[in-house]
Design a protein around this ligand. Structure first.
Ligand code: LLP
Length: 432
């Protein structure tokens, strides 16, 4: 995948550098980002959707200042979903006009932060936010362009925690209950807001293109009704993110190009049927850009064989750097980066180092019989891994390096123990 290959020494190589050398130089656990693959995914999206449409990288998948630079250089827009993500983007010099500001409960301070920065779009989630944003935009002397987030009532077949398009969702205004139309009327009456378009996001890690087509049809069908009821004409249709990626054998996601073609074709058909002008199409991919470009490296520690039961391979990270197996039963493949040419004949269970029985990274994977000191590489860990990492057991977060053309550069420094106590305070009465 990408620039990953096996070198003459039988080691995994990423971006022209041996993973074993990366582990030695930067330590483990280590997040490695394949710059060429990240950029290629951005480029494929941009080419597939063309210059009339917009590709908005969903920063929630993987964000730090260097990633913002790559996204900017590749000409994409950026979806931020909190004040922290917005701050990160601005710190990296990302052009505010190319930022979409998401979130189902933006705090007044976050809204002010977005208004002051001059973000291109707010994606407004509910009626309360609509009222609040109109008032704060007025205070800031701005007329803010917005999209209204709707729930189209589509069930995508994915894990229930990452399903978002159904009516019973904390996100968006349901079309079916009339609240979407009420929201549009309110937006049109808000003096400090300009309603540009409609947004929906039906879920994540989706392999079937039909729910995306269905979402486009439902949204444009609704846009047709809105035009009849109010005269407002949709300029921008944002269908969110959600395209799935390969994690384990059997996963068969559609190509970015097939996804784009399905969406663009459906939008063209739907507007023709309803006599609507062709809107600008916006998509917000996160996982399908960052996911395949990330590889996590661990060092094998203890190897514990319970005869006739299981071989546990313990690594120096775990659920704190990758919560997805524990949270979603997510599955991953793995390889020993220092022994790529050896037969992966031994079934093992990869366990993390957190004090939690559920901290199992991979329940069953075949490796050469592992020994302490081996470097375990877990691919497809670029999206929602670092982004969801935590300090359980006061484990410092791993470093992240960007690799390409034989270069490796730290883009997030490894947390130190001092970082862990940086915000701790001891009340004076507890000192002795
Ligand atoms: N746009 C909106 C409004 C979203 O809520 C999301 C993801 C995206 C775009 C990007 O979706 P993607 O292309 O990455 O599927 N933590 C979960 C995934 C949560 C997705 C949340 N929203 C996981 O690790 O699987």
């Amino acid at each position: 995948r990408g620039t990953q290959r096996i070198n003459a020494a039988g080691e995994l190589e990423i971006g022209g550098i041996s993973a074993v050398a990366l582990a030695q130089k930067f330590g483990t656990p280590l997040y490695v980002v394949d710059e060429a693959l990240f950029r290629e995914n951005c480029r494929r999206y941009r080419e597939a959707f063309g210059p009339d449409n917009r590709v908005v990288y969903a920063g929630k998948a993987l964000l730090c200042t260097a990633i913002c630079r790559l996204v900017e250089e590749e000409g994409l827009y950026l979806d931020v979903s909190s004040g922290g993500e917005l701050y990160t983007a601005l710190a990296a010099g990302f052009p505010p006009g190319r930022i979409y500001f998401h979130g189902n409960n933006k705090a007044p301070d976050e809204i002010r932060q977005g208004l002051e920065a001059g973000v291109g779009r707010f994606v407004v989630d509910n009626l309360y936010e609509l009222t609040l944003l109109d008032r704060l935009a007025g205070d800031a002397g701005r007329r803010q362009e917005i999209l209204l987030r709707l729930t189209p009532g589509i069930e995508a077949h994915t894990h229930q925690y990452i399903r978002t398009g159904q009516i019973d969702s904390k996100f968006g205004l349901p079309i079916a209950t009339g609240q979407a139309l009420a929201g549009i009327r309110q937006a049109l009456e808000s003096p400090n807001l300009k309603l540009v378009g409609l947004h929906c996001h039906i879920g994540s890690q989706i392999f079937d293109l039909e729910p995306f087509r269905e979402a486009a049809r439902v949204m444009l069908g609704f846009a047709g009704e809105v035009r009849e009821a109010t005269g407002w004409v949709i300029e921008e249709l944002d269908l969110g993110g959600g395209l799935g990626i390969y994690y384990v054998s059997g996963d068969d996601p559609p190509a970015i190009e097939a996804y784009a073609a399905a969406i663009l074709e459906t939008v063209r058909e739907a507007v023709r049927e309803r006599g609507l002008p062709l809107p600008r199409v916006v998509v917000e991919p996160g996982r399908s850009i960052a996911g395949p470009a990330g590889i996590t490296l661990y060092t094998v520690g203890g190897v514990k064989e319970i005869p006739g039961v299981r071989l546990y391979v313990m690594v120096d990270g775990g659920m704190n750097d990758n919560i997805r197996p524990a949270l979603y039963q997510a599955r991953y493949e793995a390889a020993l980066a220092n022994r790529m040419r050896e037969e992966p004949a031994t079934p093992v269970t990869v366990a993390g180092k957190c004090c939690e029985s559920g901290d199992i990274l991979i329940h069953n994977v075949h490796l050469p019989y592992p020994v302490p000191g081996d470097i375990l590489a877990v691919p497809a860990t670029g999206a929602y891994n670092y982004a969801m990492s935590m300090n359980y057991n006061r484990l410092p977060r791993p470093a992240m390096v960007l690799v390409g053309d034989g270069r490796a550069e730290v883009i997030v420094a490894r947390e130190s123990f001092a970082d862990l106590t940086r915000n701790d305070r001891i009340p004076e009465r507890l000192w002795k």
